[in-house]
Design a protein around this ligand. Structure first.
Ligand code: ZN
Length: 421
């Protein structure tokens, strides 16, 4: 076979929008319906063509790796997960917010309970897969050991073990988007949203434009993880003090300790406070969103670092946001409109201490009906020297601080390290 013929053969794929593939008996999804049986399971497994009621598939961006495993012949495309013993270590919810079709639009609140809630459907052969998983973990962090050494934290044998490890419950959440709800959140029409999603992914999911009857999309993006310190049920109790940080991924700082930004110090400070709050009878929550480099990605981020450090006059707080916009087209692609969904899923109604200086995050959280009592900015002694540019620029741009805000003139004097320095 010639290469062209071979491609033609492999290319013979029947699109799900094909008239023979619009099945009449697909389980209906009634988003926001109180009874999960009436709400219906989300079926996004690709092996179940006749019952699929969602666009896209499981595992977010990793779906592409699964495709490569199948292509290599290492993975059975019809594999069905054996869900025995996979159920949550702690039951989350259900909370009132789960029954409001507008409070949660970017995850499936029943996605962590499919093993029990949709047991019958699974036994009947429907390939329903969890989109949420809850487990337990211990965190071992040098910053926490240091906090114990300096006397800021004390092991209690419960939240913090005698050797300084922190006990947590962690929840992994895959994105499940209810498109009419997402459109409403973004102030656009569902049709317009579908068209733009289709176009900007290079036409990845034709059903976005050909199957308006399918309302749910599992987008190929990163997941979210919630780390809970203390009793998860207390998150929904407004009388229990809650310390919370909503953190957007920054691999360079979070994992590798790069000193150009405050991400890891702010994150570990949030963890320290979350653990301390839990020790004092409260509850702590860290939510980690996979939105690397202000959701622009690391390549863009590193290009911006170079542009910042090579500009005339050096890297200065006065030009911090301008450089990103020049390279990326926007200064920040992280819209925060969907972020509060995970808080709603956990039943949060009141945050006593919010660890974030971002007004976008604050506005999104309070806009979703959650009360915020105190806003906590990063303590000055935790800011790396080269990250002064970032923090001063953010404060001058209106980010929350209880400290001093520099004017245009003094911003120019906040200088970062040059390349090769
Ligand atoms: Zn960072």
């Amino acid at each position: 076979m010639s290469e062209k013929q071979e491609f033609k053969k492999a290319n013979h794929v029947v699109l799900t929008s094909h008239i023979n593939h619009v099945f009449e008996n697909i389980p209906v999804v009634n988003w926001g319906e109180k009874d999960p049986k009436k709400r219906g399971p989300i079926i996004a497994t690709v092996s179940d063509e006749e019952t699929r009621n969602a666009i896209g598939t499981h595992s977010g961006s990793y779906t592409v790796y699964r495709a490569l495993s199948i292509a290599k012949g290492e993975y059975d495309k019809d594999h069905r997960p054996d869900l025995f013993n996979t159920h949550a270590t702690t039951t989350i919810g259900p909370h009132e917010s789960w029954y409001d079709p507008e409070k949660i639009v970017s995850l499936d609140p029943w996605g962590g309970e499919v093993q029990s809630v949709f047991k019958d459907e699974i036994e009947k052969g429907l390939n329903v897969k969890p989109t949420i998983a809850v487990t337990q973990a211990r965190l071992q962090l040098p910053e926490i050991y240091e906090a114990i050494e300096k006397g800021r934290l004390k092991p209690d044998g419960k939240v913090i073990t005698e050797n300084g490890d922190i006990n947590v419950t962690k929840v992994a959440l895959e994105p499940v988007w209810y498109l009419p709800g997402i459109a409403k959140r973004l102030n656009t029409s569902e049709g317009e949203l579908r068209k733009i999603l289709f176009k900007e992914t290079g036409g990845m999911f034709p059903e976005l434009v050909t199957r308006p009857d399918l309302k749910v999309l599992l987008p190929p993006i990163g997941s979210t993880t919630a780390y809970i310190f203390g009793n998860p049920d207390d998150l929904a109790n407004t009388n229990v003090e809650l310390s919370c940080r909503v953190h957007d991924e920054c691999n360079g700082s979070d994992v590798f300790g790069s000193d150009i930004c405050t991400c890891r110090p702010y994150l570990t400070y949030g963890i320290e406070h979350a653990a301390k709050t839990a020790q004092n009878g409260g509850v702590g929550l860290i939510v980690y969103f996979r939105k690397e480099g202000r959701a622009l990605g690391e390549v863009t981020k590193f290009l911006v670092y170079n542009a910042r450090k090579r500009q005339e006059g050096g890297d200065s707080a006065a030009n911090y946001f301008k450089r990103t916009e020049c390279v990326a087209g926007v200064e920040d692609a992280r819209f925060q409109e969907l972020m509060p969904d995970v808080l709603q899923y956990l039943g949060v109604k009141k945050i006593h201490n919010l660890h974030s200086m971002s007004n976008m995050k604050y506005d999104a959280i309070t806009g979703s009906g959650i009360e915020v009592v105190n806003r906590i900015s990063i303590p000055p002694e935790l800011i790396p020297a080269d990250a002064q540019v970032e923090i001063e620029a953010k404060k001058a741009a209106g980010y929350f601080t209880d400290g001093e805000v520099k004017d245009e003139g003094s911003l120019k004097n906040v200088q970062g390290r040059k390349l090769d320095e």
